[in-house]
Design a protein around this ligand. Structure first.
Ligand SMILES: [Fe+2]
Ligand SMILES: [Fe+2]
Length: 164
């Protein structure tokens, strides 16, 4: 049946971010194993744990809505992952790869923040307060994660990979 109301639109976006979070679980694992800078690698590992928490909250949201969790392929996150892989496959030096991984993670946080911001707003409009609270919790953790990654990007010692 063709989507016809705000609830359909909300469910579409919920299934999209549920797919994205599951992909990110693997992606963060891979980023961590590719990264030598310890601070950056541990930020990935920490956020991977939080990502499992995001998935748990989403499953709780589906439950509150009386729906089975379903995944709708998220081409946005697939595109970001693919974009990351293309450059990583060009065999960059380790320091360049570490920064590339950091940038890729920041991009996914921006995507997630946009997704959760919209979802939380739609949940509020639909009067789904309990679901809205869960989405707001995920949103706040994504914002904190982006702040942490941005600080690492600011503080990185670029001297070692300055252009020659
Ligand atoms: Fe997340
Ligand atoms: Fe995230």
């Amino acid at each position: 049946m063709a989507p016809s109301d705000l609830h359909d639109l909300f469910m579409h976006n919920l299934e999209d971010i549920y797919y994205a979070e599951n992909e990110l679980l693997d992606a963060l694992d891979e980023l961590e194993s590719q990264t030598e800078n310890e601070e950056i690698a541990s930020a990935f590992s920490e956020h991977r744990e939080e990502t499992q928490g995001h998935i748990d909250r989403l499953e709780e949201a589906f439950d509150v809505l009386g729906k089975e969790p379903e995944r709708e392929e998220c081409e946005g996150i697939e595109g970001l992952i693919e974009e990351h892989e293309e450059f990583a496959d060009e065999d960059p030096t380790q320091d360049v790869l570490d920064v590339h991984n950091l940038i890729a993670a920041q991009k996914t946080e921006h995507y997630e923040i946009a997704a959760y911001g919209t979802l939380a707003m739609l949940a509020d409009r639909l009067g789904e307060d309990e679901v809205g609270d869960l989405l707001h919790e995920n949103l706040e953790e994504e914002k904190d994660a982006l702040d942490e990654l941005s600080s690492l990007a600011e503080e990185f010692d670029y001297g070692q990979i300055a252009a020659d």
